[in-house]
Design a protein around this ligand. Structure first.
Ligand SMILES: *[C@@H]1O[C@H](CO)[C@@H](O)[C@H](O)[C@H]1NC(C)=O
Ligand SMILES: *[C@@H]1O[C@H](CO)[C@@H](O)[C@H](O)[C@H]1NC(C)=O
Ligand SMILES: *[C@@H]1O[C@H](CO)[C@@H](O)[C@H](O)[C@H]1NC(C)=O
Length: 472
């Protein structure tokens, strides 16, 4: 009880205010106030795809100094979501998740990891779908189910990406959705959306149709992410193929977004696709996307260079992206709710799923049974169940430099009010006024995605606290 009161006090003092959890509803993400949420986000995997080493006891959400640095930078940039790929369910994520929460940034999380046993083998799904795998994904749910800013789980990333995987894997992806959603229903304090991140190849339409069809709400996906790199350099609406995307997924019954995007064939990247993605032609059916990626790695997609001593240097791509974000019409997001909010899920018929698809694609709705129903019932055994903690430190010990090499004075996070998510602030971080230290973050003009009256706010804070401790 003591703990409960102290956390409650922290909420009221504004040092651990919480964003509103999100759900998928028809073609949109919405919060509990019914406001539509559109993802303005980044892939976040400092160290790169191969940087995950569970033996190190670290992952991208375990070091508060690094999270403070990156949350402060991201807050200025104006994003509201990060995607994190590889987490260790055994390490403590409380402070990092609380830091991102305090600046209104949600986390979309992959339950898998590239390590053997932590993901489905795309050509041998049967032998990789075993009790150890289920234990892994349930442990990740346990580690993150307590955070209100956990946006969603990805059940898989590009598992289907060639002819053989298309003929074998789809029923496993629906099975994993089922396993996760049943586990969440039994063990989590709230609904947490579960979805898929697809390769942008000829399977993108059948995969979306297969995952979003039918009456079985457990195995049906809650959202569909597409890893899309088709807009490069000075592409235009006409040359990029974006019209084809809009046409292909027009009647979606689940939220759609880019789970990765940002072609880097032309550098620095101008990010002209931002105007398209958040503009009139896409905003009614697409819910934004996640730019690949925050940190500069070997693959050369970064917008921030991380030095070996932990200092960060914004790159030209950062400035370009920020100025594109600053031109997003946030009012459009509010007014253009997806037309398909109440859409019915289509029947799982081959005529619907395979429409125009000539390759082999497995449309079976007979799913492999959960290989670990015992864990579904009694839990994964992971006692590292995350929860929000008060954020007491706002400054990172690391230095941050603009793209022109000027050190940003007093870089720190600016905690938002309850229920607020972060939005672009109109700021130009690499301008000569960089040292003024005016962070992105709160301000009266910021009321894009979760704008709410203060009166409703405290009630939500209390409800969240009770939800947490009631569970523990
Ligand atoms: C569909 O996938 C399941 C699971 O991999 C497999 O057992 C079945 O044979 C596949 N069906 C076809 C027609 O390939
Ligand atoms: C969308 O739905 C409408 C009405 O049901 C239908 O006429 C149209 O063909 C569908 N479009 C696509 C691309 O599936
Ligand atoms: C930011 O400000 C600097 C200095 O005023 C200017 O040179 C630069 O073009 C601006 N960048 C953007 C993206 O507006």
């Amino acid at each position: 009880m003591k703990l409960q009161l102290s956390v409650l006090a922290a909420f009221l003092a504004g040092s651990a205010s919480a964003v509103r959890p999100l759900i998928a509803k028809g073609g949109n993400f919405v919060n509990s106030a019914g406001d539509r949420f559109v993802i303005v986000g980044l892939a976040y995997q400092p160290g790169g795809a191969s940087g995950y080493d569970p033996a190190s006891g670290k992952d991208p959400l375990s070091d508060p100094d690094i999270c403070l640095r990156d949350a402060a930078v991201m807050q200025r940039l104006g994003i509201n979501t990060i995607r994190v790929y590889n987490v260790n369910p055994e390490v403590n994520h409380d402070m990092c998740m609380s830091i991102f929460n305090s600046v209104g940034i949600y986390v979309a999380l992959d339950v898998n990891s590239p390590l053997a046993g932590d993901s489905i083998h795309r050509h041998e799904p049967e032998s990789s779908y075993h009790e150890g795998y289920i234990k892994r994904i349930y442990s990740v749910v346990d580690a993150f189910r307590g955070y209100p800013n956990l946006l969603s789980f990805f059940a898989g990333n590009e598992v289907v990406n060639d002819a053989l995987s298309a003929s074998l894997v789809p029923p496993y992806i629906r099975a994993i959705h089922r396993d996760l959603k049943k586990y969440i229903a039994k063990h989590a304090p709230r609904t947490i959306p579960v979805g898929y991140s697809a390769a942008d190849d000829p399977t993108r339409r059948p995969m979306w149709a297969y995952l979003s069809c039918g009456d079985d709400a457990d195995s049906r996906t809650d959202f569909y992410g597409l890893n899309s790199y088709q807009w490069c350099g000075d592409s235009t609406w006409e040359s990029s193929g974006y019209q084809g995307l809009v046409d292909t997924f027009k009647n979606t019954s689940v939220p759609l977004f880019f789970s990765e995007f940002g072609c880097n064939k032309i550098r620095p990247r101008p990010f002209g696709e931002i105007a398209a993605l958040y503009g009139e032609r896409m905003i009614s059916s697409w819910s934004g996307g996640l730019v690949y990626e925050y940190s500069q790695e070997k693959s050369d997609y970064g917008i921030v260079q991380i030095d070996s001593n932990g200092d960060a240097r914004l790159l030209k791509d950062f400035d370009n992206l920020q100025s594109q974000y600053n031109n997003i019409n946030l009012n459009l997001i509010k007014t253009k709710s997806a037309a398909t909010t109440t859409a019915r899920h289509p029947k799982c018929e081959d005529t619907f799923i395979l429409q125009g698809h000539s390759e082999k694609f497995n449309t079976s709705t007979t799913l492999p049974p959960n290989p670990a129903t015992n864990l579904l019932e009694k839990g994964s055994g992971n006692t590292n169940v995350g929860k929000l903690v008060p954020v007491t430190q706002t400054k990172t010990p690391h230095k941050v430099f603009t793209s022109t090499g000027v050190q940003i004075d007093g870089i720190e996070i600016k905690m938002l009010k309850d229920d607020e998510s972060n939005t672009p602030s109109g700021e130009n971080t690499s301008s000569s006024t960089a040292s003024s230290g005016s962070g992105g973050g709160s301000g009266d003009e910021k009321d894009a995605t979760g704008g709410l009256r203060v009166s409703a706010v405290l009630v939500v804070g209390v409800a969240v606290v009770v939800g947490f401790w009631g569970l523990a």
